[in-house]
Design a protein around this ligand. Sequence first.
Ligand SMILES: [Fe+2]
Length: 297
Amino acid sequence: MDIRALGYLRLETTKLEEWRTYTLDVLGMVEASGSTEDTLYLRIDDRSYRIAVQAGTSDRLLAAGWEVANAAALATAARELEAAGFAVKSADAAELAERRVQDLIHVTDPCGNPLEIYWGQAQDHSALGTPYGNRFVAGDLGLGHVVLPVPDVEAALDFYENLLGFQLRDSMKLPPQAVPTATEERDFHLMHFLSPNRRHHSLGLYPAPLPPGIVHFMVELETLDDVGRGLDRMNAAGIPIASSLGRHTNDRMVSFYAQAPGGFQVEYGWDGLIVDPATWVAKEITEDSIWGHHWNG
Ligand SMILES: [Fe+2]
């Protein structure tokens, strides 16, 4: 299977007005054409949208959208998923129109997280015009990364690595064990970081007995000043900072984490590592950050 990138996220929220303020006024995203009173579409690059936030009765991930190159690649993906025993559902015309893609399939990962695999998303060729002059790093690298809860981490890793074809970049024991301890008791779970492209990770698999959903998603900015100004806007807006500024060990991202409306977090970062998949060697990291990233509770 030849997945190329994390293309979009679809979220349901009970707090659409808060999401509007949070994404447009604080994160510096741009409202995309086609937004309605019930659904906010957000641009960060030349795709018609990267995040869709839909008003509803719960706060949850509706789907992580993964992009393939063309119709043949989508047909291959559907065939390989079905051969592996996963139920694949084709989209109807209304879904394709709403998502602004040529074709897509629905599938659920082994832990119940909803995925959409698609090709041919529409572009918006108008100037992005972000509100603070901030610029996002997206394009062919995808929108950023998403971390999903996976109660059965081994089944999830098998699905994303061996079936979807993502490359394992590194893993970390939870809790992190800087000093190696005897591992025979296996009193830890491994968190895994993977990607289908050169972005160090597009997906994190968080081993926790949580319902399907989202732990956090990350968007990357072009400059450290973009991130710093975002942090100032978070503080000015009174939004709780979940983790202070820091630099991660694995993707070298300088970032902070803030609470998002409805319960999960957004990571706002800069300077993420671009890797060469041909030479990459999977590793275990033993700390999540080189400095900073002090968590509030
Ligand atoms: Fe992250």
